[in-house]
Design a protein around this ligand. Structure first.
Ligand code: NI
Length: 203
């Protein structure tokens, strides 16, 4: 009896530990822990947006219509997740070859305060030139993040600056703007490529 109680108590402690971990985990980590794309209805991901690209040209969902879209949200001051993902994206596009031409590929900033079109342009010159950088007025960027159910939060740093905590998944949208799937941060390269090929074929 005593032993049973002890087991139950330990099970509760373990349960609380897992719950706490999920609560304190960043969305990126939470997504990895839960192995899914969160609790939102996937059908709701995506929608209208109005932003400007790295050349200062207005871009809306209408510009993406008719072609599948690979879209990622991040910021140029990001120390790891964003540059890693953009390097991976660059290699995926290379491996896709001509199929890559069938895709819209976009990097949307979650930090419009610092990521002006000029900053995006300079930053993205290190990656595949087909990656469109998108920014805009803070309220326009906020609306785009909301449409895509993207989490982004400013986090103050010790040096008085700030960094951004943000959703790390790459979103795949079909040619009609419907949610098609995600590529998780750190996803196996071949799996990522399979998903992209499927998007090109079916999207
Ligand atoms: Ni990032």
């Amino acid at each position: 009896m005593l032993r049973a109680i002890r087991y139950v108590a330990w099970a509760m402690v373990a349960g609380v530990a897992v719950l706490s971990l999920l609560l304190v985990a960043s969305p990126d980590m939470r997504e990895r822990l839960l192995g899914g794309s969160g609790s939102y209805a996937v059908a709701d991901v995506g929608g209208p947006f109005s932003l400007v690209d790295q050349d200062g040209e207005r871009v809306t969902e209408a510009d993406f219509a008719g072609r599948p879209t690979v879209i990622f949200f991040g910021f140029t001051h990001c120390p790891d997740v964003c540059p890693t993902t953009l390097f991976e994206m660059t290699s995926w596009l290379e491996r896709l070859g001509d199929d890559a031409q069938a895709l819209n590929v976009a990097f949307v900033t979650v930090d419009p305060e610092r990521d002006t079109p000029e900053v995006l342009s300079r930053y993205l010159s290190a990656f595949d030139e087909r990656i469109l950088g998108l920014t805009g007025q803070p309220e326009d960027v906020a609306a785009a993040l909301e449409a895509y159910r993207v989490y982004a939060r400013k986090v103050e740093t010790d040096d008085g600056g700030y960094t951004m905590d943000h959703t790390a998944s790459v979103y795949l949208m079909d040619s009609e703007g419907n949610f098609f799937g995600t590529i998780a941060y750190g996803e196996d390269d071949d799996v990522a490529l399979q998903k992209l090929r499927r998007l090109v074929e079916q999207g």
